[in-house]
Design a protein around this ligand. Sequence first.
Ligand SMILES: NC(=O)c1ccc[n+]([C@@H]2O[C@H](COP(=O)([O-])OP(=O)(O)OC[C@H]3O[C@@H](n4cnc5c(N)ncnc54)[C@H](OP(=O)(O)O)[C@@H]3O)[C@@H](O)[C@H]2O)c1
Length: 265
Amino acid sequence: MSGLKQSGSPASKLSVSFFNAGNDKKVGGNKGVLVVGATGKTGKRIVEVLLKKGRKVTAGVRDLAKGEEALGKPGNKLSFLEVDVVADSPTTLAEKVTDYSAVICATGYSPSGPIDLLGPYKVDNKGTTKLAEALVAAGVPKMVLVSSLLTNGWAAGQGLNKNYIILNLFGGVLVAKNTAERKIMATTGLDWTIVRPGGLRESPPEGRVKYGKADTLFGGSISRYSVAEVCVAALDSKAASRKIVEIVSEGDAPKLTFEQGFASA
Ligand SMILES: NC(=O)c1ccc[n+]([C@@H]2O[C@H](COP(=O)([O-])OP(=O)(O)OC[C@H]3O[C@@H](n4cnc5c(N)ncnc54)[C@H](OP(=O)(O)O)[C@@H]3O)[C@@H](O)[C@H]2O)c1
């Protein structure tokens, strides 16, 4: 299913008018890139890739001490900001994101104590949507979202795919992510890229990145390092603009630049 098709539902039309509310606000830019979920295994790598490229980065973390433990002390290019997409109010979130040129969202519910079956709903659906709304309200022009393969699995005929079933057993995480994706795609006040990786690996990249259009890749895995590089490349790519990009790693995938990969997706 394409983004356009998804944005046609009555619910997403409602979102369009909500999202358009902040279009005339100033466009941000002074503070560099904000990575929300920067203590996570993917978020941390995204921060590292940005720093390697000499970009100014703010690590959005729920716990500053945990952030410094994961990423080191703040410095010339790196700062920290407390961001909780569930606990922060829409107004607080909009104030926090003001003046960033872009936000990469690598959050995801993962239980640290007793499992909260509503966790994916709160974090991956409502939290991500609230963040996107805050970006529009604050005039931040770009959002890159780390989502997942199979978020739209039901509509894509993958209802019996075992990964679709297993992942959704745990609080409906793919459905939660898909709901947030649809709301983001319905915006006109935000340039977005939704990166949908396969199963995430901690190991260094193997093979090449295989790019797919929305709802075309239904299995496979990829290194978090590769995901981080793709997310950072998407920030400045015209070909990645307002596009879902599915990625897995594959030994014999064609050798493509990021731009060629985005253009093919
Ligand atoms: N695991 C897979 O195979 C797989 C496959 C495809 C896609 N994905 C998706 O890819 C994304 C990244 O995965 P990952 O394994 O790198 O994630 P992770 O290591 O579990 O990190 C999740 C991050 O989200 C943050 N977070 C949780 N709730 C938050 C909230 N309310 N406000 C702000 N931040 C919050 C966590 O912060 P704390 O450190 O404070 O908890 C952490 O930084 C997730 O959306 C995941 O669902 C995963």
